[in-house]
Write a protein that binds this ligand. Structure first.
Ligand SMILES: O=C[C@H](O)COP(=O)(O)O
Length: 257
């Protein structure tokens, strides 16, 4: 089984001052109790350089960072006339290790298609970063019994890109109805989807499917993290609201250990 990953997605939250307070607390907690899992935070783009500083400060003697830097999106394009886009090469210059792609909020508000998300994952990977590909069904899709079909379609778009090494992506199953709602998928509901995704990966990757981390995201908090993270196919969490509170984030990191 792969080492677990707990990644905080700050979404469009933060300020220089608030970030400093949060990062100071998180780093102090990680240093006091070294994590048994990989840990990342994904701030909005303007704060990448600020968090990069904490990533550097978190390095152990062997150079390994306790707190890794992630980004919330990346352009599929390399450079040029794409106003508002940020390229993978730019992210890479700031020491970004992980890039979230295909978050349901981007699929919904920016109309990102499965194919566009797959191209973003490829761009991140080609620049040496690890894409965290988000997948998840809406409530009407779940109620219609389509949850597995939806996430399998979303994953298939990624598997269909020949240049992309699917054994080196991270997946994040985030049921849309559980995001920011306080309504978490039950461990059984989440495990069912994660197992299906693992099976789909196994059909393409064989034994390497076991090394692909499949995170759960959607109202994960200190109260439900341990039970979710104990499921055989849940390899970490993609944390929204609870990542903005140091104590909650650290408690989830501890639960992943
Ligand atoms: O990327 C994180 C997810 O959207 C989960 O957000 P949440 O923990 O606030 O529900």
């Amino acid at each position: 089984m792969a080492r677990k990953l707990v990644a905080g997605n700050w979404k469009m939250n933060g300020s220089l001052d608030a970030n400093k307070r949060l990062l100071d607390e998180v780093l102090a907690g990680l240093q006091a109790q070294p994590p048994q899992c990989d840990v990342a935070v994904c701030p909005p783009f303007p704060y990448l350089v600020q968090v990069q500083d904490w990533q550097d400060r978190s390095r152990r003697a062997d150079g390994q960072a306790l707190l890794c830097l992630g980004a919330q999106d990346v352009s599929a394009h390399a450079s040029g006339a794409f106003t508002g886009d940020v390229s993978s090469a730019m992210l890479q210059e700031f020491g970004v290790a992980y890039v979230i792609v295909g978050h349901s909020e981007r699929r919904k508000y920016q109309g990102e298609s499965d194919a566009a998300v797959a191209q973003k994952a490829l761009a991140a990977q080609k620049a040496g970063m690890t894409p965290i590909v988000c997948l998840g069904e809406t409530l009407p899709e779940r109620d219609a019994g389509q949850a597995l079909a939806v996430v399998e379609r979303q994953l298939q778009a990624v598997l269909a890109v020949p240049e992309l090494d699917a054994s080196r992506v991270v997946l994040a199953y985030e049921p849309v109805w559980a995001i920011g709602t306080g309504r978490t998928a039950t461990p059984e509901q989440a495990q069912e989807v994660h197992a299906a995704l693992r099976g789909q990966l196994r059909a393409v990757l064989g034994e390497k499917a076991a090394q692909v981390r499949i995170l759960y995201g959607g109202s994960m908090n200190p109260g439900n993290a341990a039970e979710l993270l104990a499921q055989p196919d849940i390899d970490g969490g993609l944390i929204g609201g609870a990542a903005l509170k140091a104590a909650d984030f650290l408690a989830i990191v501890a639960a992943a250990g």
